[in-house]
Design a protein around this ligand. Structure first.
Ligand SMILES: *Cc1c(COP(=O)(O)O)cnc(C)c1O
Length: 472
């Protein structure tokens, strides 16, 4: 009897020790490459730390210094991912004996912030442009001799008169601009264009993911393209199926179809030498679900392109991808402070945790698409007492909330801490240009963390600045 109790106690103590040693890292899904959290750790005080090589940033210290809501972005993440993407494609091209070349085009619409675009360009990204205004920024960089004149620019989206003028102007200056023809009006106008052009096909195929619409308004149907016959200066066959494509097959099936179409179109268009697969590579936003790796995806793409081209008896086409979300999303985190708590009525003990920013404004996809995010406490990470919460934004709108799809998010109990901050991971793609000013709330402060230093790149908006945007 006397020996039993201490033995049990001992065992118990040992198990808490193991948990402590891992610092709850696994529980919060940190330090796991498959969830894009390889760079995150927990400090011995239970605070969120981000690593950049052998530098590290204590996120809690940063928000205490700069306040919230705050976005922190890491340009080295963009550099790393863009470089890795290009190198992986090139590696499999070599290993599998593929004869075409690979070009990465960063789709600027995913995040147009200068501080995000330039690191991708520095690693060899070409660009994919969606509007006249985006192209105008490219023009300015060229004029300042900041961009190499060999950079290739694909121009997607409807070509307004202004957009077309810019395309022609830059083409005249020797830049490789490749307008992608969207419709018959553009086809007609492109008859006079003195440069390579692409054309977009709406491949009639279903893949898993929010953006693969049953009714698509972009490009021509496969039948239409075959009826068009010869298209002047045609070099690129382009398609864009979806974004955040959920399965590798969602890339492989459309590629097979595109290759068949490519082979048929090539008989009348011998200059056609490139397939642009568009965007779609996804990010593991959902920490409860495993996601494919880019390496696996790229290997399967090259293999498919090789096997299919050989079967069709065509020269291996050059390949383009315009993967934006994949490169940009993990480069930024958004941090809010929990300012108050309330009971969620009729929801068994769940709490509303009210934050000092707005999901509708700052992370618009939360509202628009029911986007799921990987949410991590910034402090109190080693604290075992957790609460099941739904987050409420600080606008007066009942849709300004984050419930993880009606489930819940676990975070430390607010009452156990003097203050509590939470970080939403992977917020670097799409949110900035979609963001708005509901209730005239200010946009978050934007910080850049690079080379061990933290810098303000967008100040927190003052009431004057916000008012000015509305004519005050
Ligand atoms: C939006 C878009 C992309 C980027 O898609 P991701 O899913 O972010 O990779 C690429 N190409 C075109 C034409 C697009 O419209």
């Amino acid at each position: 009897m006397a020996t039993e109790a201490p033995a049990r106690l001992k065992r118990k103590r040992k198990s808490t020790k193991i948990k402590k040693k891992n610092g709850f890292k696994k529980f919060w899904r940190l330090g796991m490459e498959e969830f894009n959290t390889g760079a995150f750790e927990i400090s011995k005080d239970g605070e969120l730390v981000a690593r950049e090589g052998n530098y590290q940033y204590n996120i809690y210290d940063i928000v205490k210094k700069y306040g919230s809501p705050t976005e922190i972005f890491f340009p080295t993440v963009i550099e790393h991912r863009a470089r890795d993407l290009i190198e992986t494609f090139n590696a499999y091209i070599k290993i599998l004996g593929y004869k075409g070349r690979y070009h990465y085009h960063y789709p600027m619409k995913v995040n147009q912030n200068r501080e995000f675009v330039l690191p991708a360009v520095a690693e060899g990204a070409n660009l994919d442009i969606a509007s006249a205004n985006e192209l105008y920024l490219v023009k300015r960089m060229l004029e300042q001799e900041k961009f190499h004149s060999k950079m290739r620019v694909i121009c997607n989206g409807p070509k307004t008169a202004r957009y077309m003028e810019l395309i022609e102007e830059l083409n005249g200056k020797g830049l490789i601009v490749i307008p992608i023809i969207e419709d018959r009006v553009e086809l007609e106008r492109m008859q006079k264009f003195k440069g390579p052009v692409g054309i977009r096909v709406d491949i009639n195929i279903n893949v898993k993911g929010h953006w693969n619409k049953k009714f698509n308004r972009f490009g021509f149907t496969e039948t239409e393209l075959l009826e068009l016959g010869k298209i002047r200066n045609l070099t690129v066959l382009h398609y864009n199926i979806s974004s955040q494509t959920e399965q590798i097959n969602g890339f492989i099936e459309p590629l097979k179809r595109a290759l068949q179409l490519f082979a048929k179109m090539k008989t009348k268009n011998p200059g056609l030498d490139t397939i642009d697969m568009g965007g779609g590579a996804g990010v593991p936003y959902n920490k409860y679900k495993k996601f494919y790796s880019a390496k696996n995806l790229i290997q399967k793409i090259i293999k498919t392109a090789k096997v299919q081209s050989d079967a069709l008896g065509i020269k291996h086409p050059n390949l383009i991808t315009e993967w934006g979300r994949y490169v940009m999303a993990p480069a930024q985190i958004t941090i809010y402070r929990v300012t108050a708590e309330k009971l969620v009525q009729n929801k068994g003990g769940y709490k509303w945790y009210i934050v000092d920013g707005s999901f509708m404004n700052d992370l618009t996809d939360t509202w628009a698409l029911k986007q799921k995010w990987h949410v991590i406490p910034v402090n109190g990470l080693a604290h075992p007492k957790l609460e099941k919460v739904w987050f409420a934004g600080s606008s007066c709108d009942s849709d300004d909330k984050y419930t993880h799809g009606g489930l819940y998010v676990s975070v430390p109990k607010l009452s156990d801490h003097d203050e509590l901050y939470v970080a939403f991971l992977d917020t670097g793609a799409y949110q900035d240009s979609l963001s708005s000013h509901h209730c005239l709330l200010s946009s978050p402060l934007k910080l850049m963390a690079a080379n061990g230093e933290v810098k303000v790149v967008r100040k927190r908006e003052t009431p004057e600045e916000v008012g000015k945007q509305f004519g005050w």
